[in-house]
Design a protein around this ligand. Structure first.
Ligand code: GLN
Length: 446
């Protein structure tokens, strides 16, 4: 029998992607940081990390390289976590600049940089976070301690006059308030942190996983910060290619001049790629092509990744036909057969997002004739999106006003809703409780 691992199609799929692009010789390795020019143009690695912590590698997924600008979204995440969104936006805009990564263009009056994904905004972002926090934070995103490449750091420090110019301009305009040399020293160190394609995949997967590293389980940042960072990656992550990238690939992503790209599909996976030859905008040629192909072949575009629109209602039954396991007398059984229509039971399946919850509340509201008790069996519901929780909660409170009792069943006792009249662990307990109530009403006992 074949090795079980061979049956999984994903490794072959990534290997196919790798093989198809490995021969592409186009693009140029960055040379403006002298040390980066030593990169071998044939290096090419891909890794995909799932949100339950499985990593699929292809090619040179374990080769280290300096993270460069791919550090920007992660340091931005740390700045947001430390200072809050409003305070950070006041200092650094979030408008795609349409400019190159090293553009020298600031907001005329304030000197505020356009966004945190180009150098100006990234340098200012770095000024909001300590080096210790950056190193530890990026390590937490990757799930391991990260080293720095001192040769690349030195090389950039000695030649980084353009970044120095940007920093002095911001300092002059009053937008950068820390010492230029100290801030750039941290920025150059941050860019020289060594990662692999595998690390980038895990880092991106952490953002896709609402800020929780899928391998270590550590909540590196909160879900709001993770969503904010993914948003800024989507609009500004690919420099002056950001718009076309979002159109063609549709994944929040960030690239860097050493040839790395980290991209994520929220709630689904993270992917890390590495290949040094760059196109004219400074984005890795093979990494871009791999993402384009992956997205097109599997329909992974953000705007196409739908909230499940299949009906999530598994079954609707009434107590007329379905009985609890409670022992009932002949008379009680007769009553339940006659009047059991007053109790409806709905087994709900899958994730509840806006679309699926809307169908559910509409369906319930339209079928209330003669109904006094509604059992909502949420046991097989996976993710309950906040909007679904709100809709169900509001419906339950309105039903209560209309004299209809809502009873929720959920084995994992998540305490999902605040308004239902009763919560039970099993459907049988819920049904028993409703039957008892119905029997009391019909027989006039209390
Ligand atoms: N350290 C590089 C720089 O500031 C990062 C730029 C990049 O990766 N696009 O020039």
């Amino acid at each position: 029998m074949a090795d079980m691992a061979d049956l999984n199609p994903i490794p072959d799929l990534l290997a196919g992607l790798y093989d198809g692009l490995a021969g592409d010789q186009s693009g140029e390795v960055a040379t403006y940081i002298p040390q980066l020019s030593h990169a071998d143009p044939s290096w090419f690695g891909i890794a995909l990390a799932t949100l339950d912590g499985h990593v699929y590698p292809a090619g040179a997924a374990e080769r280290t390289f300096t993270i460069q600008s791919v550090s920007k979204p992660f340091v931005y995440a740390l700045a947001l976590a430390g200072c809050g969104l409003d305070a950070v936006i006041e200092r650094i805009g979030v408008e795609p600049s349409g400019d190159a990564f090293n553009a020298i263009r600031l907001e005329p009056q304030t000197g505020r940089p356009p966004n945190p994904m180009v150098n100006a905004g990234a340098i200012l972002t770095t000024s909001l976070v300590s080096w210790e926090r950056i190193r530890a934070g990026l390590g937490a995103f990757a799930g391991r301690d990260l080293d720095i490449d001192l040769a690349v750091y030195d090389s950039e420090r000695l030649t980084g006059d353009r970044n120095r110019a940007i920093a002095y301009l911001m300092r002059n305009a009053g937008s950068l308030t820390t010492d230029v040399d100290e801030t750039l020293d941290v920025y150059f160190r941050q860019c020289a942190i060594l990662v692999t394609a595998r690390d980038l995949a895990v880092m991106a997967a952490t953002l896709a996983n609402a800020g929780v590293n899928p391998i270590t389980g550590v909540a590196v940042v909160g879900p709001d910060v993770a969503a904010d960072v993914l948003t800024v990656m989507a609009t500004c992550g690919m420099y002056d290619f950001a718009g076309e990238w979002l159109l063609r690939v549709g994944l929040p992503a960030k690239s860097g001049v050493s040839g790395g790209i980290a991209a994520a599909l929220p709630g689904q996976f993270g992917i890390g790629l590495f290949s040094p030859p760059l196109d004219a905008r400074g984005n890795s040629v093979r990494a871009i092509a791999a993402c384009e192909e992956l997205s097109a072949r599997f329909g992974l575009h953000l705007m196409r990744s739908p909230d499940s629109s299949v009906p999530s209602l598994a079954d609707v039954v009434t107590a007329r036909t379905v009985r609890s396991s409670a022992a009932r007398t002949r008379t009680e059984r007769d009553i339940l057969t006659r009047s059991g229509g007053a109790i409806t039971i709905r087994g709900i399946l899958g994730d509840l997002g806006f679309a699926t919850a809307e169908r559910l509340v509409r369906e319930i509201a339209e079928h209330l004739d003669g109904v006094s008790w509604i059992v909502l069996d949420l046991d097989r519901v996976g993710r309950l999106h906040p909007v679904a929780e709100r809709l169900l909660d509001t419906l339950a409170s309105r039903l209560a006003d209309a004299g209809v009792t809502t009873v929720v069943t959920d084995r994992s006792s998540r305490g999902l809703l605040s308004y239902p009249d009763r919560q039970f662990v099993t459907r049988d307990e819920a049904l028993t409780w409703c039957e008892d109530a119905l029997l009391r009403r019909v027989t006039g006992t209390h």
